[in-house]
Design a protein around this ligand. Structure first.
Ligand code: SF4
Length: 301
């Protein structure tokens, strides 16, 4: 009934850790009912991101375009960087508003706690500063100045031991010094453990000697980490991927015949619910603790 090929991605894993119920709604029920009007509404609801998330998505998209143009011989001015960021961010916000309105107008699912968003100047300034800081970063400049650099698409996956893994680098760089796989983490510094796992899984896209370069944004500045993961680290990372996949399949198996989610756990903490896109259809909308207590009671009878 649920996805036939085990699939792992950072976003799947993050959602799984954040909330099993949200994970099953997004990647279980949402996927299998994507051709049904209610399923489409559910997937659209997951697309409605906060302006803060869209800001960081825009930073990443503009860096990708900047590098692509640079590789083709066009170097953007600071003014163009600013204009591109403002335009792209506004477009993403407009797209979000259109989806929100469409779902609200249809009225099949009720989203009452979200409102239309507009680009705010201080967020645009923040995004532009982060962009300028990366394109002037010495490591970044050195990648662009020598060798060849190619943009990668996030839809590129690798199949390893029957599991489809989505963890594509953003760029691949080649020079006489070898191959470098570059990843941007615009959503803030990630933990050392996640950094290591991300680097090891990135190596699946390269060779044993590939260097992994991870740029992570923190308070508008970029920290850089350079590693060459060992075979043991890649194997460890894949073992963790398989554990995640087992947990995902176990959750899918808890969904009842009539898509009953009673046995699928809710989030552990209220923090997870605060920005959840599907809170309006979740029992926790009237209080997580109460919903968890009711679920516990139901499971005991
Ligand atoms: S509102 Fe909370 S418990 Fe419900 S799906 Fe979202 S994160 Fe999970």
């Amino acid at each position: 009934m649920f996805p036939s090929q085990p699939t792992w991605s950072t976003s799947r894993s993050n959602l799984l850790q954040r909330c099993p119920r949200a994970f099953v709604l997004r990647y279980g029920l949402g996927e299998i009912s994507q051709h049904h009007p209610l399923g489409q509404d559910l997937l659209h609801a997951f697309e409605i991101q906060t302006p803060w998330i869209l800001l960081h998505q825009t930073i990443r998209l503009v860096v990708l375009d900047y590098v692509e143009d640079y590789a083709n011989g066009t170097v953007w001015s600071t003014g163009l960087v600013r204009a591109r960021f403002a335009t792209d961010y506004t477009q993403l916000l407009n797209k979000r508003n259109v989806i929100l309105k469409r779902v609200q107008d249809k009225g099949r699912i009720r989203i009452s706690n979200l409102q239309r968003s507009h680009p705010e100047n201080h967020l645009i300034e923040m995004g532009v500063e982060a962009l300028i800081n990366i394109i002037q970063h010495p490591e970044f400049v050195s990648l662009l100045k020598q060798g060849r650099i190619k943009r990668m698409e996030p839809t590129q996956s690798i199949s390893s031991n029957r599991v489809r893994v989505y963890n594509s680098p953003d760029f691949i760089h080649h020079s006489e010094r070898g191959e470098t796989l570059v990843k941007l983490n615009p959503f803030g510094e990630i933990s050392a453990y996640r950094h290591q796992r991300q680097a090891a899984l990135l190596r699946l896209y390269g060779g044993k000697d590939s260097t992994i370069l991870q740029f992570s944004l923190r308070q508008r500045c970029w920290n850089v980490k350079k590693t060459i993961p060992t075979d043991a680290e890649v194997n460890d990372a894949m073992s963790l991927v398989r554990l995640d996949v087992e947990q995902m399949e176990k959750l899918y198996s808890l969904v009842g015949k009539n898509n009953n989610l009673d046995k699928v756990a809710l989030a552990d903490t209220y923090r997870s619910c605060m920005n959840c896109q599907v809170r309006f259809i979740c029992p926790s909308k009237d209080g997580l603790e109460r919903a968890r207590a009711e679920q516990f009671t139901l499971m005991c009878v």
